[in-house]
Ligand binder design. Structure first.
Ligand code: HPA
Length: 264
């Protein structure tokens, strides 16, 4: 059987996607901006996880965005879907094998800052993982001891900030704290996260960032804030709200990513 990397090479012949973009909940439409797109369902890519979450299509879209050759993962796998932290290892390894050097992660997240409300974008400059879960548990060899300082590439972050200034898109900066989900946080957990220094909470991104650093990919990540975290607003967080509100920031996030890629 052909490997996922073989399938990508065959179907998108001649394209070397230097950048992989992972689209979070409700952000799938960012893939519509890809020019000359070749679309491969995850079902045709051995080892790619089938998403089970509404708002995650499960397709790899290869083509050009912001004048760069890109691979766009329209849908990711979350730990809460199956309890496997390593689910994104095959996709990221395959994309590295076909030439990927940079991973740009997006997600839907709850904000811990009242002034960064639904519809805002937040650049992640570091994360907190106190879940007790790490996708590198069980990896053999000394390269499992991955350096995470910094986990998020400073130059890529600066390029995002510069693109945001140029395009006049407000871009907050913050620390993302991973909660496993799929239940939302309690208000007490949200207060604890704030005390610990987090600015946003969410159910993704951290396993991919750890795997990507293991694979020596440079990482950048942006949150599309869909709500104030539990206990901070009258309406409690819900997946319906995540999907409904993600459209608010999605257009700006799409422009920001295209602008950042153009200047790379
Ligand atoms: N918590 C966790 N994940 C999320 C949230 C939240 O408040 N909003 C969107 N994804």
């Amino acid at each position: 059987m052909n490997s996922a990397a073989d399938v990508i090479r065959m179907r998108a012949a001649g394209l070397t996607p230097r950048i992989t973009l992972v689209l979070g909940s409700g952000l799938g439409s960012l893939a519509d901006a890809v020019e000359g797109a070749t679309t491969i369902p995850y079902g045709d890519l051995p080892g790619f996880p089938q998403p089970t979450v509404g708002g995650h299509a499960g397709r790899l879209v290869l083509g050009r965005l912001g004048n760069q050759a890109v691979a766009v993962m329209q849908g990711r796998s979350h730990y809460y879907e199956h309890g496997e932290a390593t689910a994104m290892k095959v996709p990221l390894t395959a994309l590295k094998a076909v030439g990927c050097e940079i991973l740009i992660l997006t997600n839907a997240a709850g904000s811990l800052r009242h002034e960064v409300g639904p519809g805002s974008l937040m650049l992640i400059h570091d994360h907190i993982n106190l879940t007790g879960i790490n996708p590198l548990v069980g990896e053999p060899g000394d390269n499992r001891f991955v350096n995470m300082s910094p986990a998020y590439d400073a130059e890529l972050a600066d390029r995002f900030r510069a693109a945001a200034r140029r395009l006049d898109i407000p871009l907050a900066d913050g620390i993302y704290m991973w909660f496993v989900g799929p239940s939302f946080e309690t208000p007490a957990e949200v207060r604890a996260a704030r005390v610990l220094g987090a600015d946003a909470v969410g159910m993704s991104t951290v396993p991919e960032a750890v795997l990507a650093r293991y694979l020596d990919l440079r990482v950048a990540a942006v949150c599309n804030i869909t709500n104030l975290a539990a206990g901070m607003a009258v309406e409690p967080p819900s997946h319906a709200q995540t999907l409904a509100k993600s459209a608010v920031g999605a257009a700006a996030l799409s422009r920001l990513i295209a602008g950042m890629l153009e200047a790379l």
